[in-house]
Design a protein around this ligand. Structure first.
Ligand code: NAD
Ligand code: ZN
Ligand code: ZN
Length: 337
C-alpha cells in the first residue's frame, strides 16, 4: 500500500510502498478515506519534542475511513463502519489514570502516527476499542479534523471552565484555533482571536469572534486588557511568545490553558503575578473517547463548521511547508478516495 513515511527527522517524507497491515486480536484495519494534517505531525516528522518517535514511521492521527477487516475478539463494529482513528491509539484501562476517567494521561498509551503507524496511508491498523464512530451524515472531510483539532479544543474549552459571561482569548487561529473559538462560543463566551496573519483573523470573525488582534501589528495584551482582560486564554499558537502574551492578557482569577507544543519548550511564567492574581495554568492533552463522541455529535447537529482544503498524499511535503508558513486557512486534509 501507499504511505507517506518519515525516514529521517532532517529529510522530507517519502511516498513508499509498504506492506498492508493485518488486524491482530482486538484490532481493525481501516481503509483510509481522509486524514487531516495536524501540526503535531510536523513536530513528529522533525523530532521536535523531548520524547521522539522512531523512524521509519507513518504519521497521521486524524484518519477517517471504513473498516475493511476485523480481528478476533472485536465486538460492536462491522466491516463498512465509518470510524476515526485518533491520537489516543490505545490506553491500558487498568492504571490509576485510566481507572479514573483520565485515559489520555495513561503512561502505557499508544499514540497513533507517533508510537504506532498512522493514517498517512491507504490503510491504518487500530485498536477496535479506541476508534471513534463517525455519525451518519458527517462528511469524512469534516470528521478528519474533528478527530484531533476538534476533540482537543472541545476538551480544552471544557477544562478552561469558560462560561456565558466570559471573554475567551484564543491565541493561534489554525487547525485547532478555528474550532476552539467555536467551542468557546457554544459555551456562550465571547471570543478575542489573536494571530499573526490577517486572513486567519477574517476567518475568526466569520466564525463569530467578537474581537480580533493581529499580534504582528498590535499588542494583543494591551488590546485584550482594554476589553477588561480575558477570563480564559487558550494557547494554540506554536510559539512560546504567544503563551507569554496569553498569560498577560488574563484578568485576575483567569485560567491559561496550554495546548500547543512548540519545539522551543519553555516560556517565562512570572511567579508574583500568578500568585497575586490567582491565575490557574493547566495543560490539556487531546480528549477521551467520550469527548470525541461529543465532538462528532455537536458537528452532526450542525453546531460547528470545519474549514479545510484537500490535498493528495503525494503533496505531503508542500502541505507541511504551507502550514509552517501560516499560509493555510485552518486545516489541510488528505483525500485518499
Ligand atoms: P496550525 O499551524 O494549524 O495553527 C497554528 C496557528 O498559530 C497558525 O494560525 C499561526 O499563524 C498561529 N501563530 C503562530 N505563531 C503565532 C503567534 N506568535 N501569535 C499568534 N498566533 C501565532 O497548528 P495546529 O494544528 O492548530 O496545532 C497547534 C499546536 O497544537 C501544535 O503545536 C500542535 O502540536 C499542538 N497540538 C496539541 C494537542 C494537545 O492535545 N495538546 C493536540 C493537537 C495539536
Ligand atoms: Zn493532532
Ligand atoms: Zn492506563
Amino acid at each position: 500500500m501507499k504511505a507517506a513515511v518519515v525516514h529521517d527527522f532532517r529529510k522530507p517524507l517519502s511516498i513508499d510502498d509498504i506492506p498492508k497491515p493485518e488486524p491482530r486480536s482486538g484490532e481493525v484495519v481501516v481503509k483510509v478515506e481522509t486524514c487531516g494534517v495536524c501540526h503535531t505531525d510536523i513536530h513528529a516528522a522533525h523530532g521536535d519534542w523531548p520524547i521522539k518517535p522512531t523512524p521509519p514511521f507513518v504519521p497521521g492521527h486524524e484518519a477517517v475511513g471504513l473498516i475493511e477487516r476485523i480481528g478476533s475478539e472485536v465486538k460492536g463494529l462491522r466491516e463498512g463502519d465509518r470510524v476515526a482513528v485518533p491520537w489516543l491509539g490505545w490506553a491500558c484501562g487498568a492504571c490509576e489514570f485510566c481507572s479514573s476517567g483520565r485515559e489520555t494521561l495513561c503512561p502505557n498509551q499508544q499514540m497513533t502516527g507517533y508510537t504506532v503507524d498512522g493514517g498517512y496511508a491507504e490503510y491504518v491498523r487500530a485498536h477496535a476499542s479506541f476508534v471513534g464512530r463517525v455519525p451518519e451524515g458527517v462528511d469524512p472531510l469534516d470528521a478528519a479534523p474533528l478527530s484531533c483539532a476538534g476533540v482537543t479544543t472541545y476538551k480544552a474549552v471544557k477544562v478552561s471552565g469558560a462560561r456565558s459571561s466570559d471573554l475567551v482569548a484564543i491565541y493561534g487561529i489554525g487547525g485547532l484555533g478555528h474550532l476552539a473559538l467555536q467551542y468557546a462560543r457554544i459555551a456562550g463566551a465571547s471570543v478575542a482571536a489573536v494571530d499573526l496573519v490577517d486572513s486567519k483573523l477574517a476567518l475568526a470573525r466569520d466564525l463569530g469572534a467578537e474581537h480580533t488582534v493581529n499580534s504582528a501589528i498590535d499588542d494583543p495584551v494591551e488590546a485584550i486588557q482594554a476589553l477588561g482582560g480575558a477570563d480564559v486564554a487558550i494557547a494554540v499558537a506554536v510559539s512560546p511568545v504567544a503563551f507569554e502574551q496569553a498569560f498577560r492578557s488574563l484578568k485576575r482569577g483567569g485560567t491559561l490553558v496550554f495546548v500547543a507544543l512548540p519545539a522551543d519548550n519553555t516560556m517565562q511564567l512570572p511567579i508574583f503575578e500568578t500568585v497575586l492574581h490567582g491565575i490557574t495554568v493547566v495543560g490539556s492533552i487531546v480528549g477521551t473517547r467520550v469527548d470525541l463522541a461529543d465532538t462528532f455529535q455537536l458537528h452532526a447537529e450542525g453546531r460547528t463548521r470545519v474549514v479545510r482544503e484537500t490535498r493528495q498524499l503525494e503533496q505531503v511535503n508542500d502541505a507541511f511547508e504551507q502550514i509552517e508558513k501560516g499560509a493555510v486557512d485552518a486545516r489541510l486534509v488528505f483525500d485518499l478516495r
